[in-house]
Design a protein around this ligand. Structure first.
Ligand code: HEM
Length: 570
């Protein structure tokens, strides 16, 4: 340093301190402009940085502040962190507390979760607004990609708007073909029931409901997706199953771990198991053969002669995308993802309805009688008959309402500052806020479902529907119908596209089960079904539950009454 900066010399006048400060700022700024850096200049820079950084922090905080009531934050230090920890093991209770407190006023509330702050809506009108909101303003896949760690649990393009063509495949190909697909579900479902449960007419046989549900659901769904014999390939089915379980673990563990550990955890929990690679190895010959067929037939013949299954649909959809989407690995990823969405959810639903009927056996015979009379009227196991099983439909809707496989739905993130204009208490939230709908809490709201909302009432919806004169009105209470108050399949733009398939499949599997078997809870349960649990912070079924089954004598006559039910499953 050549000389001390003038302004740093102690002032000797009364007004000297302010002059001194001005002088300090002036000389140090000049030093920086002239490119001269010394210790004092550095100190000056650091001192300047603190208030600038502080001001920026305040600005950022104010900009991202969510001006809504906060729920479950304990007083004292690290309140939001402690609240996030509580959310990990008691998310259902935390959300329910907030819902009870604010739903009457239609107010949204904020919860601290391990990964982020989440705004929960309580007003059904605001839930509808969220469900219908533009993806450009409140992004669905942006939230899904961040919450579900897409890059880690799956191929990253599965979570973008352009390449989620597996969603369209279900909507445009699977659902419209329901009538022609039903025989496949019936045959494979029957074969899987047969293989999973060896029941006789004279003794009660115990069965682990989850194991049976997984088999009958995974096999019958995949009979429609990939056909015989692949739908019975136990290695493939267990890869799909393991993928669903591991993906849930990864999402949970990564949310509570430092970001720096993500690559290691991704490898430890997911990639080292090589699930997509193993699935590709099994599926590759089928995709290769189908691609060859497509080439040999040429475009015109392919359109009329192609087999109708998910392999064809995925190939056709991928052909309209970028070349990178047309590899077999990419296409198998789509199949994995459809299975991810379809199998765990529908197996859970099968287990739930069997537990519910086991605990409420008075519903079984009326449903059975309805099945028989409706199939007599409509000529067997067809779509029309299934549509007219109103009591069965009601029990399924009630089971979905009460157990609710996905307890928080329509999770989206604001891509700009956004004002919710509908509902009793409109509010404004900043860009980057996660907003969601508490499905389970909504389903247990007494304001919506009445004072018996917490009671499982199988005919809750059919009793109302039977009194309705308009078919259109009645259709709004079908098991597949979503609404701002019924969120089992979510609602709006990103509602479950597979729900029609799921409900037809569930009905077909239950027709077989109810006509062929009697079932009951084991005596030691005292009439109580296994309770739902919280696993990894989410509501889930008790997968160890048991039911006792016995073949009904009437089955001998019923199995051929509308044509052979199982037809050997082939
Ligand atoms: C009873 C069984 C099922 C239940 C309870 C269920 C539930 C749901 C829910 C709640 C969502 C929305 C998730 C959210 O908002 O974050 C969803 C989405 C989805 N479901 Fe299902 N689902 C079931 C069966 C199926 C089946 C069988 C398929 C396929 C055949 C399927 C395919 C999908 C797809 C592709 C989406 C994403 C939609 C999108 O990205 O816009 N689901 N499902």
């Amino acid at each position: 340093m050549d000389q001390l900066p003038k302004a740093s010399i102690a002032p000797n006048e009364a007004s000297g301190y302010s002059n001194h400060l001005v002088g300090l700022v002036y000389t140090q700024t000049m030093q920086i402009l002239e490119g001269k850096l010394n210790n004092v200049t550095l100190l000056y820079l650091m001192l300047l940085f603190i208030p600038v950084y502080g001001a920026y922090g305040v600005y950022k905080y104010r900009k991202s502040y969510i001006d809504l009531p906060y729920v479950g934050i304990p007083s004292g230090p690290f309140g939001s962190w402690r609240a996030a920890y509580t959310y990990l093991h008691s998310s259902a209770d935390v959300i329910w507390d907030g819902y009870k407190k604010y739903a009457r006023e239609g107010k949204a509330f904020v919860v601290s979760t391990p990964g982020r702050w989440m705004v929960f809506l309580t007003d059904p009108d605001q839930i509808a607004e969220l469900a219908m909101s533009s993806d450009q303003k409140i992004g669905f896949y942006e939230a899904l990609t961040e919450r579900n760690k897409h890059g880690t649990i799956s191929e990253p393009t599965l979570g973008d708007y352009i390449n989620t063509y597996h969603v369209d495949v279900i909507k445009a190909q699977l659902t419209p073909r329901m009538a022609s697909i039903l025989p496949d579900i019936r045959k494979e479902g029957a074969a899987a029931w047969n293989d999973s449960l060896k029941a006789s007419t004279d003794t009660w046989t115990r069965g682990v409901v989850w194991d049976i549900a997984l088999q009958v659901v995974a096999r019958s769904a995949n009979r429609c997706f990939i056909g015989l014999p692949l739908c019975r390939n136990q290695e493939l089915l267990s890869i799909f199953q393991e993928y669903a379980i591991r993906a849930a673990e990864v999402v949970y563990i990564m949310d509570i771990s430092p970001k720096i550990l993500e690559p290691f955890l991704g490898w430890l929990l997911m990639s080292r198991h090589k699930l997509p690679q193993r699935a590709t190895k099994i599926m590759e010959p089928a995709f290769t053969a189908r691609l060859r067929m497509r080439e040999e037939l040429g475009p015109t013949r392919w359109e009329t002669e192609k087999p109708n299954d998910a392999i064809t649909w995925i190939i056709d959809a991928a052909a309209k995308k970028d070349k990178s989407q047309q590899t077999i690995e990419q296409m198998v990823w789509r199949l994995m993802w459809i299975n991810f969405a379809a199998i765990h959810t529908t197996s859970m639903s099968t287990l739930y309805i069997l537990y519910d009927l086991g605990a409420n056996p008075e519903y079984i015979e009326p449903i059975r009688q309805e099945m028989i009379s409706v199939m007599d009227k409509y000529g067997g196991y067809n779509k029309e008959a299934l549509n007219n099983m109103v009591k069965l439909d009601s029990c399924l809707r009630e089971s979905q309402r009460w157990n609710n496989v996905v307890s928080v739905v329509i999770s989206k993130v604001t891509l700009c500052d956004y004002t919710f204009k509908s509902g009793k208490a409109p509010f404004h939230i900043p860009k980057g806020t996660f907003v969601t709908a508490p499905a389970t809490a909504t389903h247990f709201s007494e304001d919506i479902y009445g004072s018996d909302a917490a009671i499982w009432k199988g005919f809750r919806f059919s009793d109302v529907r039977e009194k309705m004169e308009s078919a259109e009105e009645s259709a709004r209470l079908q098991a597949t119908a979503t609404s701002k108050e019924y969120l089992a399949f979510s609602h709006g733009k990103h509602a479950c596209t597979g729900r029609f398939f799921a409900i037809y499949q569930l009905k077909m599997l239950l027709i077989y089960c109810l006509l062929r078997y009697e079932f009951r809870l084991p005596a030691e349960c005292g009439g109580k079904r296994p309770e739902n649990k919280i696993i990894l912070g989410r509501r889930a079924a008790d997968t160890d539950g048991i039911l006792e089954f016995r073949e009904r004598k009437e089955w001998a006559e019923l199995k051929c009454r509308w044509g052979d039910f199982d037809e050997d499953g082939e």
